[in-house]
Write a protein that binds this ligand. Structure first.
Ligand code: ATP
Ligand code: MG
Length: 311
């Protein structure tokens, strides 16, 4: 692997392409009117704030997991459209140093109009859904069967959208009816059906490989020429989903998430929760990196090092 994938990169400044946006984890560059360079840094957020330093290989792992899913899901779901174009950077447009910097951690994707919704699907009850259910018996206002325990599976996966908040504010849980007001009836039911279909296919695939995907967030875009709804953003990664190791799963208690548990435990123990820009000690960054590597290996069957060597 080149040094770019082993060096931890929390900020990427390409001068050869215009920067369109900077999210919590990604930097988006414009290649042309219809194409973006979707670059994933090694930044990590916990409790909704970004750490001061990054996690080794995280950007590459998230990129390669998403690329793996785009391939697997396209094979399994006839007619599924995704924004994925290629893992190769646009070499002719970048300097050699820039190519090295974005290699493995970026993909070219189709630039689309983003539906302003987080299309969340939950297969298991945990987090804010469990908190709400204990008070009211509902999840995002949807009545649920009585007697669910913490981290129980729902009888079937449920669609629980939220608004897409601006950087720094919090997403708001909404009902599917409210989601229909935001994107229009015309698209709302298609987004819901697609989100459930992609979750169901992905969760089954992951479960055979030892990972329970408890819940996840998808984003969709619109191809305005064909009126197709397109799966965009990152897909079924440990950042956009709760991954639980299947061999440790037990109903009735909280589950350790695959990736951020070390970091969250450390932040809690040090009293640093919710503080912006906290520097993680090296052993926490390394342990976190190891968990992302474990998830990659389980899902794809290869180590991240093997995958990067084959690029
Ligand atoms: P977080 O994921 O931590 O909530 P974030 O979503 O603000 O943070 P990132 O994941 O860092 O941001 O950046 C990805 C951004 O790119 C999101 O705003 C997403 O909506 C947008 N995006 C993803 N795919 C496309 C696409 N094909 N066309 C246009 N925008 C896209
Ligand atoms: Mg995101």
């Amino acid at each position: 692997a080149s040094s770019s994938t082993t060096t931890v990169v929390t900020s990427i400044e390409l001068t050869s392409l215009p920067k369109l946006a900077r999210g919590k984890v990604r930097d988006l560059y414009q290649i042309d009117e219809h194409t973006l360079l979707f670059v994933t840094t090694d930044r990590i957020s916990a409790y909704d704030v970004i750490m001061g330093n990054g996690v080794p290989l995280k950007g590459a792992i998230l990129t390669q997991i998403s690329a793996h899913w785009f391939r697997v899901l396209t094979e399994r779901i006839p007619g599924l459209k995704t924004h994925f174009l290629t893992l190769s950077p646009p070499a002719a447009l970048l300097t050699p140093a820039e190519q090295a910097l974005v290699r493995a951690r970026s993909m070219q994707v189709r630039k689309l109009k983003v539906f302003p919704l987080e299309a969340i699907v939950r297969g298991y009850i945990t987090g804010s859904a469990w908190t709400e259910y204990q008070k009211t018996g509902t999840v995002h206002g949807l009545p649920q069967p009585a007697g669910l325990q913490q981290c129980s599976p729902f009888p079937q996966p449920i669609y629980t959208p939220s608004t897409k908040a601006e950087l720094g504010s919090h997403d708001e849980n909404i009902s599917p009816a409210k989601a229909a007001e935001i994107v229009g009836e015309r698209y709302a039911s298609r987004i819901e059906a697609l989100a459930l279909q992609v979750y169901t296919a992905g969760a089954a695939y992951a479960r055979e490989r030892g990972i329970i995907i408890a819940d996840t967030k998808f984003e969709f875009g619109l191809d305005e020429e064909t009126d197709d709804i397109v799966l965009i953003d990152e897909v079924l990664t440990p950042d956009s989903s709760r991954f639980w190791p299947a061999d440790q799963y037990e109903v009735g208690r909280d589950q350790d998430s695959f990736d951020k548990q070390y970091l969250r435990n450390w932040l809690t123990a040090e009293g640093l929760k919710y503080k912006e820009g906290v520097e993680m000690p090296a052993h926490i960054a390394e342990a976190t990196s190891d968990r992302y590597k474990d998830a990659f290996k389980l899902l794809t069957g290869n180590t991240i090092e093997e995958a990067l060597a084959a690029l």
